[in-house]
Design a binder for this molecule. Structure first.
Ligand code: ADP
Ligand code: MG
Length: 398
């Protein structure tokens, strides 16, 4: 599996060395204040390991979407301040990314001290993975550590390019993603169950096809389920349905049968007479969806069947909500699956922006083995794609 054998921060002698660490400090901001510092808190383990081992730590990240030029609105200043509070030591903020101020501060760093570069996306070369920018970033340090899983699927200067010029490894956050998600895909405890939902089949084709080769059971829910029901020849009313993916859905069902993978589809559905939070609703068997109603959640019988399967699993990987879970009337399926995962003794993994948010918001996060921290990156990981931000790191010696 891509990345299982990458060097980690513990594989280097970091004492007295300047270490450039790419973090994910892309925190939600409200009126210039950090609305949620979870990502900053999660980065502390790697930073503390480095300071405790007398490294000179140079942190960097992007924040928001500045357009390749300095924009005070996206300054890392609030992040430097919060970091300094959490670490209990000063965190100097450079006024630039690779300019004179960054060079001066990096040169003055003492063992165990921490500084932060300004928003890497103030540099137009960042998202273009400009080799000159990568070289200049690398010249600030002697070692590169990537700990930003959320951007590991992007080949940018600070997420990948810089590794061309420095010895490199991953921090604890990426290490955990690789070990738990990579481990589950490479050598799952069986039965291995994948649960796939979300709005559209077309978003998840890669994940479905990759997981189909690995799992014992594939559970389908969410908006994309109706394309499968339609492909079976059932009417789905006004439910989300991708007419141009019917053949693909049929092919997936055939492949599953050919491989001996059990494919579970919703046997009942919560339908609504309008696409609205306060629509009228009823539960119908999935082959009796009325023509002018639309399916917005899996039904209670389906939840029971899926929960039983999850209870008996060895490994469960889940991506994509089971319904329009932002609306309480259609959150039952997602909540039922999240609860079954929390109660299961299986290794449970949630990967995907909206599904991870739902599990956290519903209060099950602390009973899930691993909630992946990167929406797009988790999806590409589950597709079996090589992530540039991980592929670029040094391999462990054999
Ligand atoms: P993830 O971010 O976990 O990968 P997706 O982005 O693929 O998940 O899908 C999440 C979105 O799908 C949510 O906004 C959810 O409301 C929507 N969704 C799920 N089921 C349905 C449905 N039956 N009809 C319409 N939207 C749905
Ligand atoms: Mg999403």
């Amino acid at each position: 599996m891509a990345g299982l054998h990458k060097k980690t921060v513990e594989n280097f002698d970091v004492a007295g060395k300047r270490v450039l660490v790419r973090c994910d400090f892309n925190v939600p901001m409200e009126d210039g204040q950090i609305a949620d510092d979870k990502r900053i808190r999660e980065s502390l383990k790697t930073i503390r390991y480095l300071t405790e081992h007398q490294a000179r730590v140079i942190l960097c990240s992007h924040l928001g979407r500045p357009k390749g030029e300095a924009d005070p609105k996206y300054s890392m200043a609030p992040v430097a301040e919060r970091l300094s509070q959490l670490l209990g030591q000063p965190v100097a903020l450079a006024a630039d990314v690779v300019g004179p101020d960054a060079q001066r501060l990096a040169g003055q760093l003492q063992d165990g001290q921490v500084m932060l570069l300004e928003n890497v996306r103030f540099e137009p070369g960042e998202t273009k993975n400009d080799p000159e920018l990568a070289r200049r970033m690398a010249s600030l340090a002697q070692l590169y550590i990537n700990d930003a899983f959320g951007t590991a699927h992007r080949a940018h200067a600070s997420t990948a390019g810089v590794a061309d010029y420095l010895p490199s490894g991953c921090g604890y956050l990426i290490q955990k993603e690789i070990e738990i998600m990579g481990g589950a895909l490479e050598n799952p405890k069986r039965p291995f169950v994948a649960i796939l939902g979300g709005a559209k089949v077309s978003d998840k084709i890669g994940v479905i096809q990759h997981l189909l080769e690995k799992v014992d059971t594939l559970i389908i829910g969410g908006g994309m389920g109706y394309t499968f029901l339609k492909a079976k020849g059932w009417e789905v009313g006004r439910s989300l349905c991708e007419m141009d993916k019917l053949e693909l859905a049929a092919q997936i069902m055939e492949d599953a049968a050919g491989r001996g993978v059990r494919l579970m589809l919703p046997q009942d559905t919560v339908v609504a007479d309008d696409f609205a939070a306060d629509a009228n609703t009823k539960v119908v068997p999935s082959n009796e969806i009325p023509a002018d109603w639309e399916g917005l959640d899996i039904g209670p019988e389906t939840v029971k069947a899926y929960a039983a399967c999850i209870a008996g699993a060895g490994t469960v990987v889940w991506n994509g909500p089971m319904g329009k879970c932002e609306w309480e009337a259609f959150a039952g399926g997602t909540r039922g699956v999240a609860q079954a995962m929390a109660e299961s003794s299986a290794i449970t993994i949630v990967g995907g922006g909206d599904s991870a948010a739902a599990v956290e918001q519903m209060g099950f996060a602390d009973r899930i083995t691993h909630i992946s921290t990167g929406g797009g990156a988790s999806l590409e990981f589950l597709e079996g794609k090589e992530l540039p931000g991980i592929a670029c790191l040094d391999d462990q010696a054999e």
